[in-house]
Design a protein around this ligand. Structure first.
Ligand SMILES: [Ca+2]
Ligand SMILES: [Ca+2]
Ligand SMILES: [Ca+2]
Length: 145
């Protein structure tokens, strides 16, 4: 169940602080781990975006071409509070507000996690920036503890 939450958070990229507060332990920065597809040691915006869109198919569990509450029926039944969270995350990407996030909407959605990590705004997150972002996150965790 926890894995599913993290999949939602990872794919839609809630601001890391909010995700962290709700999900507790796992590292939201893991979204960067598999994103460096050309293995040049930095993650570009395009790579980050592509990695997110690649998770679309996993999230669209009923294969109707969009991520919506329908894909999380069981989860919402047993954990109704997850519905609120899901709605909030979907809303960030659901630009036409129909309650469904299509592949196109997901690919256009903002990437706050990336933007915060790319502190020198050169469009790529390098190892130093990634390490710094992890540090900030760690500090945040300690403050909240
Ligand atoms: Ca679906
Ligand atoms: Ca939509
Ligand atoms: Ca950078």
């Amino acid at each position: 169940m926890k894995t599913l939450y993290l999949t939602i958070a990872g794919a839609l990229l809630l601001p890391a602080s909010a995700a962290q507060a709700r999900f507790g332990q796992r590292d939201p920065m893991a979204a960067f781990d598999d994103a460096d597809t050309n293995h040049d040691g930095v993650v570009s915006r395009a790579e980050f975006r592509a990695a997110r869109v690649a998770r679309f198919d996993r999230m669209d569990r009923n294969h109707d071409g969009a991520i919506s509450r329908d894909d999380f029926g069981r989860l919402l039944k047993f954990r109704p509070q997850a519905g609120q969270l899901l709605d909030q995350m979907l809303a960030e990407a659901d630009t036409n507000h129909d309650g469904r996030v299509t592949r196109g909407e997901l690919s256009q959605a903002p990437m706050p996690l990336f933007d915060r990590a790319d502190t020198n705004h050169d469009g790529v997150v390098d190892a130093n920036e990634l390490a710094a972002a992890r540090d900030r996150l760690q500090q945040l965790k300690e403050i909240r503890r």
